[in-house]
Design a protein around this ligand. Structure first.
Ligand SMILES: [Zn+2]
Length: 306
């Protein structure tokens, strides 16, 4: 027997919109990863070519980066910092130096790439661990990427932030249409990237599903099927094989991570963030099927409120 809240949730128009936008960003992310990987390896080789031979095989030093600060006390780190800044399009703004370990710059291309990522990427090992927003930030800030209209990149980053700060995990259909247009603009801006993603993204935006008592159901040509209890996979549709449950778990996880990061950065949460914590808590309590997955998070959210 299906849990009533699970059915309500998976069939709610605005919640579906939220999931569709999240899925589009995941598709974009998977297609960008290989491209970013090869471009950042090229970028690393170029940076090394511009570094003096003595600084390429650098000795150990005591310089450490933290948060948005990196004040090198040795000439080697200073040379690396200046070289990197030369390629950073936000050199006068916020740079999350704390993401990287400067002593690894000569040997690890990704340690260098992390200078261009948003906060919270200290442990990132490569583009395969980055979401769409992080990869788009790289494209936005690193001059290795020549984009004629970078505002198209920023627009999608902004949409992703809207999505992740939507505490009730719902977006309107007009928001989704607007998002679809911005994704299309971005894709035409990145048309030199191999593996175009426009078709699958349009398919997701046009898709719909209806889950009725978690048995096979067909609406508008789209089937939703359940396998093993409460798990729902989309079948016989352009989204064949997409698991709605896995998708929503991934998206809720991202939202929670954002919240924890916010707390880590600023000692006290804003009124707005506290409101989000309350809504997330209520969401998890009301949706019993998700509770086993997010039990630990529920406790963490409780701590954030105290
Ligand atoms: Zn140093």
């Amino acid at each position: 027997m299906a849990l009533p809240n699970l059915l309500l949730r998976l069939n709610c128009k605005e919640y579906k919109n939220w999931m569709k936008a999240g899925l589009c960003l995941q598709i974009l992310q998977s297609r960008l990863q290989g491209y970013i990987d090869s471009e950042m390896q090229k970028f690393h080789r170029q940076i090394i070519a511009g570094i003096s031979p003595t600084a390429r095989h650098r000795p150990r030093c005591q310089c450490r980066s933290q948060g948005k600060q990196f004040q090198p006390s040795c000439p080697v780190c200073m040379e690396w910092k200046n070289n990197i800044l030369h390629h950073h399009k936000n050199r006068n703004g916020e740079i999350h130096w704390g993401n990287c370990n400067p002593s690894l710059w000569p040997i690890d291309y990704w340690e260098l790439a992390k200078v261009f990522l948003p906060r919270g990427h200290t442990k990132s090992k490569g583009p395969h661990e980055c979401d769409a927003a992080a990869l788009l930030n790289l494209i936005n800030f690193c001059d290795q990427f020549q984009v004629s209209n970078v505002s198209k990149v920023r627009e999608v980053i902004k949409c992703r932030n809207d999505l992740m700060h939507s505490s009730n995990m719902k977006v309107s259909s007009s928001w989704l249409n607007d998002f679809g247009q911005k994704m299309q603009d971005l894709i035409s801006e990145l048309r030199h990237v191999p593996n175009s993603v426009n078709d699958p993204i349009q398919e997701v935006l046009l898709s719909d599903w209806s889950v009725d008592d978690l048995s096979v159901n067909e609406v508008d040509g789209f089937n939703a099927e359940s396998f093993g209890g409460e798990f729902v996979y989309l079948r016989n549709s352009p989204l064949d094989g997409v698991s709605l449950n896995e998708l929503e778990i991934q998206l809720v996880n991202q939202l929670l991570e954002e919240l924890y990061l916010q707390k880590e950065e600023s000692r006290a949460l804003s009124e707005e963030d506290l409101g989000t914590v309350c809504k997330m808590k209520t969401f998890l309590i009301e949706n019993q099927d998700l509770l086993p997955v997010f039990q630990e998070d529920l406790e963490k959210l409780e701590l954030l409120l105290n």
